[in-house]
Design a protein around this ligand. Sequence first.
Ligand SMILES: Nc1ncnc2c1ncn2[C@@H]1O[C@H](COP(=O)(O)OP(=O)(O)OP(=O)(O)O)[C@@H](O)[C@H]1O
Ligand SMILES: [Mg+2]
Length: 245
Amino acid sequence: MLVVRNLNTYYGAVHVIKNLSLHVDKGEIVAILGANGAGKSTLMNTIAGLVSPRDGEILADGVNIKGLSPGEIISMGIALVPEGNTLFYGLSVRENLALGLAHRSLRITPSVRSMLDEALEIFPSLAGKRNVSAGSLSGGEQQMLSIARALVSRPRILLLDELSMGLAPNTTALIFSRIAEINKSMDTSILIVEQNARLALDISSRGYIMETGKVIFKGSSADLRDNPEILRSYLGGAGGKDALP
Ligand SMILES: Nc1ncnc2c1ncn2[C@@H]1O[C@H](COP(=O)(O)OP(=O)(O)OP(=O)(O)O)[C@@H](O)[C@H]1O
Ligand SMILES: [Mg+2]
């Protein structure tokens, strides 16, 4: 469904993604793990068209999407929830959601309005706050809104970059259970970057471990989870060294 082959991305002269290949099959949740600076966000942003790769292939259902604009890539069924907060604080929940459709330059007709409302169904706590400004939501609600904004375009592939950052453990658990639900009920394939290795490996079926722009390990999530050496050597912080018995 999503195939990345021999991808190379540079920032100026700095080679950040180095000949990287990965794939996500239909219905899968696939994790990408790796230390700070490994290039995880650069990879996600390259797939989403926000950063241009120098060479390599990115295919969605066999169609080349490399070189398309971010809006065209959303139209191809691939949506990104970027790292960090990218909401517009001064705009309402509904207005932020509408930006998930901005690539189609739609007017807010009743049918568009119902698409926006549908994206909120997975997060009932947001449904009552459609007209509230995004800046007045809690950190967890803001992350839920970022996910809902990506869902508005009804993606076949969802790219999630560090959803748990800065959130309390119980909020993170709630969001991850919703991600599993989205994967099942909406038949959405998911590529998820996460610092908390255990969390990511619990929800995914396969994983890739990145170091300095390369995939250094890949395998089933069960195998990666049971390999303390991999976790200890390559993943610091939560889920890595500190979380091991
Ligand atoms: N816009 C940019 N311009 C130049 N260099 C960048 C840019 N964004 C990231 N980098 C560099 O590219 C490398 C990879 O960064 P990236 O953000 O992809 O890593 P990451 O794995 O997502 O890290 P983190 O876990 O901290 O989010 C880092 O060395 C970073 O400093
Ligand atoms: Mg990152």
